[in-house]
Design a binder for this molecule. Structure first.
Ligand SMILES: Nc1nc2c(ncn2[C@@H]2O[C@H](COP(=O)(O)OP(=O)(O)OP(=O)(O)O)[C@@H](O)[C@H]2O)c(=O)[nH]1
Ligand SMILES: [Mg+2]
Length: 339
């Protein structure tokens, strides 16, 4: 379910044909065969690179082909070899051959490069076929075809940002607002029964992965509700986004709800509770004079980001903020692993 997938067709370059040619030069009679060999077709490689974390780039391009080898030519000239094609994928990408129904490779570390299709060998020119009994062969070898495969790429997504909050807070509405994910949304608690991932895209190809999980309720750590077991997905994210409904239907206080969820996170694990948290006040369209948000700010004494997941107000700013937080966290991690 947390899987990003792409299907593509890859083809290595064909080998260049060998050349049929007989040497011609003024004052040289019977110069003999001089057709050169064709060049080799380029290979196709997959390589895991840094800074790629989805397979989205493949949605726009289905056919991938390495360069063909050039044919040989007269004067024993060897055709140029085709250039290899190196296709960049995020680390953690599984490469399947669709027709063989076979996992070819798990590209699991940055820099790892594997050859998936071999380029065809170049054909030999007619010079190669000269024998004492046939000194002027009029044939040459054609280049061999490059390998082709239908490939399915599969990547397990790991969310950068995890949404937590009470049922009905508007988590699924938010993820459907800022990504292509379309979880079920309804005005009753526990609409979301399973985690959903969405990719949030911003300008200049910036993006991050957001996870929506079932709502949490007080006592979740004792098995109440649904959400607790799903916190393991949130545990691996970089940032927690705590969504608060500022106008809960049941009339309870958003501040109490905030504290109840924090206590559940604490009970789940210390690491989870220590993660960077962004607090979001949702449903501000129901609070036109911003009284509820002001009240929340005063009582919690924390930075609150007001949005309306329904009207979209504040959502873009929130997405920008989250992107910066994710980036800061990634950089922090790089620095600490270097130092
Ligand atoms: N007025 C208003 N309603 C909202 C807003 N965001 C969500 N809602 C409504 O709140 C209800 C619950 O929204 P969901 O997105 O399903 O909430 P959830 O947090 O995913 O709920 P669970 O999956 O049950 O945990 C729906 O009826 C939404 O239409 C908002 O910004 N303003
Ligand atoms: Mg939901």
């Amino acid at each position: 379910m947390f899987i990003d997938e792409a299907r593509i067709r890859v083809k290595a370059g064909d080998g260049g044909n060998g050349c049929v040619s007989l040497h011609r030069e003024k004052f040289v009679s019977k110069g003999g065969p001089d057709g050169g060999d064709g060049g080799k077709g380029g290979d196709v490689y997959f390589q895991a690179v840094e800074n790629l974390d989805t397979l989205m780039d493949f949605s726009g391009k289905h056919h991938w082909q390495a360069q063909n080898g050039q044919p040989g030519s007269s004067n024993n000239k060897h055709g140029a070899n085709g250039e290899d094609l190196i296709i960049a994928v995020p680390p953690g990408t599984l490469i399947h051959d669709v027709d063989l129904n076979l996992l070819l490779k798990d590209i699991n570390e940055i820099g790892l490069k594997v050859c998936i299709c071999r380029g065809g060998k170049g054909g030999r020119g007619n010079k190669a076929f000269a024998t004492p009994t046939n000194q002027t062969p009029r044939y040459a070898e054609p280049g061999k075809k490059g390998q082709e495969r239908n490939i399915r790429l599969e990547l397990k997504l790991i969310a950068d940002v995890g949404l937590v909050g009470m049922p009905n807070a508007g988590k699924s509405t938010l993820i459907s607002r800022c990504s292509a994910a379309r979880p079920k949304i309804a005005d009753y608690p526990f609409t979301t029964l399973e985690p959903v991932l969405g990719i949030v895209e911003l300008s200049d190809f910036r993006r991050f992965v957001m996870a929506d999980i079932p709502g949490l309720i007080e006592g979740a750590h004792n098995g109440a509700g649904l959400g607790f077991e799903f916190l393991k997905h949130i545990e691996r994210t970089r940032i927690i986004v705590h969504i608060l409904d500022i106008m809960p239907l049941n009339g309870c206080d958003p501040v109490d709800n905030y504290r109840a969820i924090r206590s559940e996170l604490q009970q789940y694990s210390k690491e989870l509770a220590q993660k960077k948290e962004v607090i979001v006040a949702n449903k501000i369209d129901l609070d036109p004079n911003e009284k509820a948000v002001a009240d929340l700010r005063k009582k919690l004494k924390k930075t609150i980001h007001p949005i309306s997941a329904v009207t979209g107000s504040g959502v873009k700013e929130l997405a920008e903020l989250l992107w910066h937080e994710v980036k800061a966290d990634k950089n922090g991690q790089d620095n600490s692993s270097e130092g």
